[in-house]
Write a new protein. Structure first.
Length: 133
């Protein structure tokens, strides 16, 4: 049954979301290993976001992508050393979903005005191009 499949997929997706976003298991005392763990987590978030984007586009699940965008944008600031990876995450989502709430568009515009690396500014411009803004 199609509804059973959707229910099972959503259950597994939510389980992984909780593990990825809410389990703070990066407790290693070694700074290098913490950095490696954090980078790996950001990469996992990017991949997870792509999967969620496709699943929501196909109508298999709904309502999870906005949660992910909120988490990503809440962590996004010009002092964040992972800012480029977070922007890539947003870019990948937008490249699939072709939509972004006005609140997040404004946050990207504000970020673009700040003194940030050129590659980040250009990636924000790529997002704006996809959204035709």
């Amino acid at each position: 049954n199609n509804n059973d499949i959707k229910r099972i997929v959503k259950k597994e997706i939510l389980k992984y979301k909780n593990k990825l976003f809410y389990d703070n298991d990066i407790s290693n005392n070694d700074n290098y290993n913490k950095l490696c763990d954090w980078n790996r987590k950001i990469d996992d978030i990017t991949g997870y976001s792509i999967l969620i984007s496709y699943l929501e586009n196909e109508g298999i699940i709904d309502g999870i992508l906005n949660d992910i965008l909120k988490i990503v944008f809440d962590d996004m600031n010009d002092n964040n050393s992972n800012l480029y990876k977070l922007i890539i995450c947003v870019y990948n989502i937008i490249n699939i979903s072709k939509d972004l709430d006005e609140v997040y568009i404004n946050k990207l515009k504000e970020l673009k005005k700040k003194k940030i690396e050129s590659k980040i500014r250009f990636k924000i411009m790529d997002i704006e191009d996809i959204l035709n803004i």
